[in-house]
Design a protein around this ligand. Structure first.
Ligand code: ADP
Length: 160
């Protein structure tokens, strides 16, 4: 089985993430969307809430599974024998950190490779942090996230 992991914070999952998932499925038979919990980043949603939203958005693809880890991506990957990760690139600002991350992961596990998909132009400026900010200020985020995520943002922030 040609399987890959799509790791990220997904706080919350956006249509930019969904675009990467859709396109990754053209290259891989199975995809694990992995919520990699970053203890340094303060998340808006709990891990369970973000997992539930990812599950909802990906429910039409049986080849997609959803999971989370508090540990290193390569440790998770090694545990399940998955040697590839998929990441999205929105521009040169992503490139620097992604390059460092890919090299670090490879130095931790030499069999591990990261595959990059360039964003669809319409999602170039879409970050979860932007969605959180717009939603917090009462802006319309329906063009950025799924209806369930939009509703969860409304409930969480009480402002849109
Ligand atoms: P963010 O919080 O910045 O959205 P994540 O950690 O959730 O970032 O992102 C997980 C992966 O998805 C990263 O590789 C990131 O570059 C990619 N990604 C996030 N948003 C987009 C987008 N709009 N277009 C393409 N890739 C994206």
């Amino acid at each position: 089985m040609n399987k890959a992991i799509y790791p990220g914070s997904f706080d919350p999952i956006t249509l930019g993430h969904v675009n990467i998932i859709t396109r990754a499925l053209e290259f891989f038979d199975e995809l694990v969307v992995l919520l990699a919990v970053n203890p340094v980043k303060k998340a808006l949603f709990t891990v369970e809430e973000n997992l539930e939203m990812i599950q909802d958005v990906t429910s039409s693809w049986p080849q997609v599974t959803v999971d989370s880890t508090q540990g290193l991506l390569v440790d998770y990957a090694r545990q399940y024998g998955i040697t590839k990760a998929v990441r999205g690139l929105r521009g040169v600002t992503d490139f620097d950190t992604e390059f460092a991350m890919a090299l670090t992961n490879r130095s931790l596990w030499s069999e591990f490779d990261t595959v990059y998909l360039v964003t669809d132009a319409k999602f170039m400026y879409l970050h979860s942090s932007v969605v959180r900010q717009v939603a917090a200020l009462g802006g319309d985020v329906s063009g950025f996230v799924s209806p369930l995520v939009e509703q969860r943002l409304r409930v969480k922030l009480g402002s849109i």
